[in-house]
Ligand binder design. Structure first.
Ligand SMILES: *Cc1c(COP(=O)(O)O)cnc(C)c1O
Length: 436
């Protein structure tokens, strides 16, 4: 165990190998034994977070600083967070008696309109800070929103290139449009396979000896550089809503967002517990109910950024929380597509709030929990994507399409670039070797 004053070092969930610096964990993505990096000790939230009027970047600096063991000078860290997190993060109360004390934390006001912008933008700037122009290729597998957030976060940063993999035909037209935009230094591949194939290909490439001459890193939710910034908005919700002891509901797929929340809670954030709201990819809720190994192939749903059969952060959550303690902190819920559509409609009709399908899964999980428990203490639902990213699903549910924000409409004018790729480890290896 490391001493608290030095800040954490990062160790593999699989327990082998040395502990490494934040820098090394960030740049490697995955530990050499194939495990995920976790901190060897959890710093306490500094008391300074709760005092004074703070902007989001200012709060972010206070929260993240202890996790980086002084590897980034204060001045640079402030600049990085100011530049990365310069968009609003509103906490919206739902106004209707059925939804009393339910708040929606809108995490979708960044440039690519999903919560992935928080992690991707901070990670890209931290990597650029450490690399100072060295050539590294960042691999990303995306089920929809990660890819555009990471591509946008990295595009044009000196010395950094991105290889983006998405499952061909399995993202919404609007998401695809965002993914295949031509961006400097970004290569986008439409993979004939599932998201799980894309994720497996990335993991294989990272440990592939034949690729050792290509400097590779991963930018999925497995990267600590994305994970740590995902603590920030949990702190923000408690801070701006003055919500001590709330239940926080997280629409979940790979469990990276939820892991951020768990880290925040462990570091002393006063939240009561979490609801992991899944769509029909319900392995994690089933695990919480006692099924020893419920993970399998993913199925396609309306909330497609959560279509994950084997959540990559499950390994990390399990390492942080033994099974018995999981129940103390996390309740699982699974919401199928019919219930998701009904949730979009129900919430709109009662409150006028337009939720995207992912957020609607979270709202339905909260509604069920409150019905079953009759516990009406405050709940915060993480609104993970802007409704305008899902015009097809929302038109079906509501009978009208959501308003399209200016920055999304502007994408239609920009040129695109995408290459097809077979869903095999060898295909990705060849593509990476051909480009270096
Ligand atoms: C990625 C994503 C999720 C799932 O988050 P995880 O960290 O993978 O659990 C939920 N909603 C949206 C809109 C997403 O893009």
């Amino acid at each position: 165990m490391n001493t608290p004053t030095g800040g954490p070092r990062y160790i593999s969930t699989r327990g082998s190998g040395e502990s490494v610096s934040f820098r090394k964990a960030l740049l490697a993505g995955l530990a050499p034994d194939g495990g995920l990096y976790i901190p060897d000790y959890i710093p306490k939230l500094p008391k300074s977070v709760w005092t004074g009027q703070r902007s989001f970047p200012d709060m972010a600096f206070q929260v993240l600083r202890p996790w980086l063991s002084k590897e980034v000078p204060d001045e640079s860290l402030r600049d990085i967070l100011q530049d990365a997190l310069s968009f609003p993060v509103p906490l919206v109360p739902l106004t209707h008696r059925d939804w009393n004390d339910v708040f929606v934390l809108e995490l979708f006001h960044g440039p690519t309109l999903s919560f992935k912008d928080f992690g991707a933008r901070v990670m890209a700037r931290l990597m650029a800070y450490f690399l100072q122009g060295d050539g590294v290729t960042i691999l990303v597998a995306t089920s929809g929103d990660t890819g555009s957030a990471v591509a946008d976060g990295f595009a044009g940063r000196t010395g950094l290139r991105v290889a983006l993999l998405f499952p061909d035909g399995q993202v919404s037209p609007t998401q695809e449009r965002q993914l295949i935009l031509q961006r400097p230094g970004v290569h986008t591949f439409a993979v004939s396979g599932s998201f799980d194939d894309c994720q497996r290909m990335v993991k294989a490439a990272l440990v592939d000896k034949d690729l050792s001459r290509v400097r590779l890193s991963a930018a999925n939710s497995i990267n600590v550089g994305r994970l740590l910034p995902q603590m920030l908005y949990y702190v923000w919700a408690v801070l701006v809503g003055n919500l001590k002891d709330a239940t926080v509901c997280v629409p979940s797929g790979n469990l990276g967002n939820l892991t951020g929340g768990v880290l925040a809670a462990f570091s002393g954030l006063p939240v009561r517990d979490f609801i992991a709201a899944h769509n029909s990819n319900d392995g994690f809720p089933r695990y919480l109910e006692g099924d020893p190994f419920p993970f399998g192939a993913s199925v396609r749903t309306l909330s497609n950024a959560m279509d994950v059969g084997k959540p990559s952060n499950f390994e990390r959550i399990s390492a942080l929380l033994p099974r018995a303690e999981l129940h103390r902190w996390i309740r699982g819920e699974s919401v199928d597509d019919d219930a998701t559509q009904a949730s979009v409609r129900r919430v709109y009709e009662a409150t006028g709030y337009v939720a995207d399908p992912h957020t609607a899964v979270g709202l339905e999980a909260v509604r069920r929990y409150r019905m079953a428990s009759n516990d009406h203490r405050p709940c915060v639902v993480m609104a993970t994507a802007h409704p305008a990213k899902f015009p097809e699903a929302l038109s079906t549910a509501l009978g009208f399409a959501p308003e399209i924000p200016e920055r999304l409409a502007a994408l239609r004018e920009r040129p695109t670039e995408v290459a097809p790729l077979a869903g095999t480890d060898a295909a990705l290896r060849d593509a990476l070797l051909a480009r270096t």
